[in-house]
Design a protein around this ligand. Sequence first.
Ligand code: UDX
Ligand code: UDX
Length: 458
Amino acid sequence: MTFEKRILCIGAGYVGGPTMAMIASQCPRCRVTVVDINPERIAAWNSDNLPIYEPGLDELVRATRGKNLFFSTEIERGIRENDIIFVSVNTPTKSFGLGAGMAADLQYWEKTARQILEFSESSKIVIEKSTLPVKTALAMERILNCRENGICFDVLSNPEFLAEGTAVRDLKHPDRILIGSRETEDGLKARQTLVDIYASWVPKERILTSNIWSSELSKLVSNAFLAQRISSINAISALCEKAEADVAEVSRAVGMDSRIGPKFLNASIGFGGSCFRKDILNLVYLCRNYGLDAVADYWESVVKINDYQQERFIRNMLGAMFNTLAGKKICLWGFAFKANTGDTRESPAIFIARRLLEEQAEIVVSDPKALKNARTDLKGVEGQIRYIEDPLQAAEGCHAIALLTEWDLYRNLDFPKIFDSMAKPAFIFDGRNILDHRRCFDIGFNVYPVGKPPLTHF
Ligand code: UDX
Ligand code: UDX
């Protein structure tokens, strides 16, 4: 079979893998190759045990792998043989030097740009998929166009808006696809090539085009706005606990205003995930860099409220459990940063587990998909930690359950049985407000939701 387009993606992570599987499945006339420096990851993509858990992903990969979707470690060959290159390598927060803890670490990204330059034997379209600070495309253009051998590169920005746990659905039915380019003749031509790929399955009115800087910035701003809503409702949850209001009732009333809308207003232990914190800090760094300190302070407060909310959860536990957790057994239900994923990056559970161990509690970590990552996250942390997948077994003999991830399976467990198996008085701290609090209370638990009055037997 001859293919119309040959597409490469560098970086086989949470973004690159699913995105390319979707393109391959929707564009049978495109040959899609995903490469990565990590051979274990590529081997996993080529096995029955994919490296990431995402509902619907197994089926998608099974239907396309070996036909027009390929996973490989041959980066140089991939660069040589493909005309359209997505760059989806990770851009974590910098941990050293200038901007440490705030700015994006661009070393992998720059290394990749240099590899593209070195191994290209023909002109190519290079697409930024990774979230990057504004004006990164400019740096990429400068690196890529520094040789005068007739080979040209058009750099596009095409940020990914998929959320983990719903990645396949988000990719199939995106709210919008954003494609930023230079507004030159070549830039517009490259932009059209990418529009045509997405138009295979995305309605035309959902494909937005813009200048390249707007596109880069829109990704950061989208994530900042989403995170800001969570910090706003979490800030209000603290007030609700003092004012005897119920944050779920407040968020329902507020969200029914069609100008505000109901989504992303669930109070919680705080947001996690690889993007929100990193992208906001990036935005903050950018603003400071341009001397916009008031703007930077405004966005930084979103992250501060998130830290505050996690610490508040621990303080509420301490206060409720007679100001000492030392020697007590506490079961964590959920370790993933949200339900339906095994991903634990920036999960509030990591902070909460560490803080509980600092208080000398013994913890039992339970999660249906994230135990492997949890073990890595807590490696070397001092204290008593056990890992038990079954939530009933995990809670046995514990003084408290802290529900940290909103997995559906926690909603309908045999709570009377769980209560009987626990030390008394038994506590539940519902960090996601998903349990039937009244029912748990009636069984005998002391129940502490987020942003609602506790139900206690004292
Ligand atoms: C990444 C970025 O974190 C995010 O900023 C961006 O929006 C999308 O890409 P994700 O896919 O979740 O998100 O990251 P990760 O799962 O860490 O995958 C990145 C992959 O790139 C890894 O498999 C890594 O091995 C690979 N990589 C990294 C390369 O192939 N080459 C490199 O030089 C560096
Ligand atoms: C996010 C963006 O939604 C997505 O568009 C972008 O491409 C990547 O970052 P993701 O991190 O996968 O996606 O998950 P998301 O559903 O946004 O949740 C992020 C965090 O916020 C989770 O920890 C979640 O539990 C928390 N959250 C979400 C709340 O605490 N309350 C809410 O109401 C919604």
